[in-house]
Write a protein of this length. Structure first.
Length: 471
């Protein structure tokens, strides 16, 4: 870690020279009783506060106000670790509550710059109760459709991590920051110290990215631009990307299977790069898992923010389904349309996947897609392997490329289940009617997007089947 930043230095790190306007400290709530040395009469507490104020120049452990990050105005909450370890007391709770209320009144996103050791012991349970206040304010802000972004500094522990940090929509962390619910002095003596680092939290799916201090301003600015461009004005679904593979439709079912399994076939990364002018990724399911075979995030498409969830052609892990569900629910709350790219031989089905809850993860994604209020557009770009692919597909608004197939089961597995000989796999593929043109005639997809060599041919002009209305 570099030298620990003060609360105001952290604010400057994300706003740059832009003006920061501090919110006035709220008045003491009526009816709150607190004598000398706080609500517990903790001997020396007033003196400790006075020394902390003299040392840091702050009157409390948090600084709250408004400022501009990139092109976006935001409410900033920044912790001063030098003030009693950035701990949360009743007056801290007053300031945090006032900051969230101001964000909702002004319709501004909330950016929290966190460095805290947890709740303030000198105020006992009165301090711990502040976590409920913070959680409520965060929930109200979430319900108002306003994004919350956290930058986790060193160290971040206890309730500050479990509310402002882990509860944010997007969580960034500084390299090497100590992060965990348990602070360094209360962990088991044999605990692995790496588990409490920003890098370990990223690997476990609990934060979205580790960002260097000199990149904070640009990174947070890009995120705020993306997250604040949602709309509830009834804007329609986005158009699917154009196909990137070869022209022409497969002659047989087995031809379709071979084309999707070709190592030369373009995968999701190429589609996303061609579709978006820029994009930022989220990472992890917030349950301890990540899936390198699922790309999720937000991108700019012709000035419009679009959320995306894209499979990379591998068997999708439970963590991948949970991350996609997290992405879709966040986009839905912020009013951002969604694009999904479907490409998987199916859900991972080994013992580890079952222990990780494959069934419940797929069910959760089905529910997220089914209940989303924002439009979802899906493009089948490769293999569509059974329910593991269908979970990421938009009902009534799924399209297909020339080099894709969708099937209730892989032809080889269907052959085995039907007790056929291996040489019957090709004919079984034909019977499954899994080619793009078969899917169109069956009403499974709305249309077939053209490949780059198909000039003047656009299957997207075909209307949606009457029994499968588009979103």
């Amino acid at each position: 870690m570099t030298e620990r930043m003060s609360a105001r230095a952290a604010i400057t790190a994300v706003t740059g020279p832009a003006a920061f306007t501090e919110l006035p400290a709220p008045e003491e709530p009526a009816g709150r009783s607190s004598g000398p040395d706080g609500p517990l009469g903790w001997e020396g507490y007033d003196a400790s506060r006075a020394r902390a104020a003299e040392r840091t120049g702050e009157s409390e452990s948090v600084v709250c106000g408004t400022g501009r990050i990139g092109t976006t105005d935001a409410v900033l909450i920044s912790f001063e670790f030098g003030f009693l370890g950035g701990s949360l007391g009743e007056r801290t709770g007053d300031r945090l509550e006032a900051a969230y209320i101001h964000a909702r009144e002004e319709g501004l996103p909330v950016v929290s710059l966190i460095a805290t050791g947890g709740s303030r012991m000198q105020e006992g349970m009165r301090a711990l109760l502040q976590l409920q206040r913070v959680a409520r304010q965060s929930a109200l802000t979430r319900a108002a459709g306003l994004p919350q972004l956290a930058v986790v500094r060193d160290p971040t522990a206890g309730g500050g991590w479990a509310t402002l940090g882990a509860g944010a929509d997007i969580v960034l962390a500084l390299p090497g920051a100590q992060i965990g619910f348990a602070g360094s002095r209360v962990r088991p003596p044999d605990a692995d110290p790496y588990a409490y680092t920003a890098e370990a939290q990223l690997a476990a799916g609990h934060i979205d990215a580790v960002v260097r201090q000199d990149e904070l301003r640009a990174t947070v600015g890009r995120w705020l631009t993306l997250l604040t461009r949602g709309t509830r004005d009834g804007a329609g679904p986005v158009q699917p990307p154009d196909g990137l593979g070869g022209a022409g439709l497969p002659a047989t079912g087995w031809d379709a299977v071979l084309r999707t399994r070709s190592p030369e076939r373009p995968h999701a990364g190429a589609y996303l790069d061609a579709y978006f002018s820029r994009r930022e990724s989220i990472s992890g399911d917030r349950c301890g898992g990540t899936d390198p075979g699922m790309l999720c995030g937000f991108g700019l498409r012709e000035g419009r923010t679009v959320a995306y969830a894209a499979q990379l052609g591998t068997a999708t892990l439970p963590a991948g389904y949970r991350t996609a569900a997290r992405l879709i629910r966040l986009a839905d709350r912020l009013g951002i349309p969604v694009l999904t790219l479907v490409d998987t031989p199916g859900a991972a089905n080994d013992a580890e996947a079952e222990r990780a809850g494959a069934g419940s993860a797929i069910a959760d994604l089905f529910a997220a897609v089914a209940t989303a209020r924002v439009p979802i557009t899906s493009l089948l770009i490769g293999e569509g392997g059974s329910g593991g692919a269908l979970a990421l597909s938009a009902p009534g608004n799924t399209w297909a490329t020339n080099d894709s197939y969708f099937s209730v089961i892989a032809p080889e597995l269907a052959t085995a289940i039907l007790k056929r000989t291996p040489d019957q796999t090709r004919s079984t593929a034909d019977q499954l009617r899994l080619r793009p043109q078969d899917l169109l005639s069956l009403g499974v997809v709305r249309g077939i997007v053209p490949g780059p060599a198909q000039q003047g041919v656009d299957e997207r002009s075909r209307p949606a089947p009457p029994d499968r209305p588009s979103r």
